[in-house]
Design a protein around this ligand. Structure first.
Ligand code: GDP
Length: 367
């Protein structure tokens, strides 16, 4: 049961879709979205669309999901996001669910901090059999809202990466050629929504110092968002506009990641830590492409890499430190390549969707 499912696009939607694909005999109960008929028809399992565009735990939605459970003889329930649908845990249990699992992402950190929603999260935690988390950091933050019994149910279920799509050589050469770079042009890619928190501004601030030591270094900023115009102005002001490319929203992230020599996203925390990186799936995607990563110390992001082994964790407010690490990786190409290869190995070892699916099935106690 989820609000986050294709055709809507986003990190949580991809996560829930990848889980649903691996749960075996599954029925997805989700909201109505434009263009859903085509998506649903292509899936090998039934998708039941509620008439609302956003599921909230009302009596009507509760009755509708219970009806669906009975119709399809469901005896396990996974909530694609713990809140607010996790509040239906008692109802689905009464309807025959033997195991109830709720997944948390990053936004539950807000729910855990704000007074009213904190109580609701605590109730959801009390009602489920397992409450999953994506990083130690989100686990600790969410845990603060839970009862001791709820905390005991916290368990890791982090998203994976499709390593058959994200791999070294998955189309980066063409992107580089289209951008007019040659094989030896040193390229740093940052891919994320263009919002303050993601730290594209710090990279731009670091660029004059990078260019002083690596004059042909190029920064490619991938992604869309409200901060774009400000970032473009910033690049002008710093005198680095020529060296910075704004790619906008791209269709295939794979080839843009692969176009990089180094992936960097010095994301930072804002609003007293309320806005922080839950984990940063982009670091895993870049590592799967064999890229060394520069990671901002924010929330759970440092957990995505191994500092000094597969990349570097940096102070995201320190443009000098960011510049130093960029220069280091762009000038010692052999060390950077070694780090990138270790990053790919790390993703292959512990961040694959099939492993995530197996963990989810274990939590639901299904084979
Ligand atoms: P979040 O935006 O804070 O959830 O950041 P994450 O790093 O956890 O996840 C972002 C996801 O969106 C990653 O899978 C990215 O590859 C993807 N993404 C971001 N920008 C783009 C884009 O322009 N195109 C495509 N295809 N994917 C993108």
């Amino acid at each position: 049961m989820t609000n986050d499912f294709p055709p809507r696009r986003g990190g949580i939607e991809s996560f829930v879709h990848a889980l649903a694909d691996r749960l075996g005999d599954v029925v997805v109960y989700t909201a109505t979205m434009p263009g859903s008929e085509e998506v649903d028809a292509a899936l090998p399992y039934p998708v039941v669309r509620d008439r609302s565009t956003m599921l909230v735990p009302t009596r009507r939605v509760r009755d509708a999901v219970v009806r669906t459970m009975r119709e399809h003889e469901c005896d396990r329930v996974l909530f694609g996001a713990s809140m607010p649908l996790g509040l239906l845990s008692r109802a689905v249990r009464a309807a025959g669910a033997q195991r109830v699992v709720a997944v948390t992402h990053g936004h539950e950190v807000w729910w855990a901090r704000l007074p009213g929603t904190r109580q609701a999260l605590r109730r959801a935690g009390d009602g489920v059999d397992a409450l999953t988390d994506i990083s130690d950091w989100t686990r600790a933050q969410i845990g603060r809202a839970l009862s001791p019994a709820g905390r005991a149910k916290q368990t890791r279920l982090a998203p994976g990466v499709d390593t058959e799509r994200f791999h070294p050589g998955c189309g980066g050469a063409q992107v580089r050629q289209d951008l007019g770079f040659d094989d030896s042009t040193p390229v740093v890619v940052c891919a994320a929504r263009l919002v303050r928190r993601k730290g594209q501004d710090t990279l731009i601030d670091a660029w004059p110092q990078v260019l002083a030591q690596v004059p042909d270094a190029r920064l490619v900023i991938v992604g869309g968002g409200p901060y774009r115009a400000r970032l473009e102005q910033r690049a002008q002001r710093r005198g680095v506009a020529e060296a910075v490319t704004f790619a906008g929203l791209v269709e295939h992230m794979t080839e843009w990641m692969d176009a990089a020599d180094v992936f960097a996203m010095p994301s930072r925390s804002r609003l007293l830590g309320l806005e922080a990186e839950g984990l940063g799936i982009v670091f895993l995607e870049a590592m799967a492409c064999g890229k060394p990563v520069i990671v901002g110390r924010s929330g759970g992001a440092p957990e995505a890499t191994e500092d000094g082994v597969t990349g570097y964790v940096v102070n995201p407010r320190d443009a000098e430190e960011v510049a130093r690490r960029v220069v280091q990786l762009l000038t010692d190409r052999a060390a950077a390549a070694r780090m990138g290869a270790l990053g790919r190995e790390r993703v292959l070892a512990s961040w694959q969707w099939d492993q995530v699916g197996a963990t989810a099935r274990r939590l639901l106690d299904v084979e």
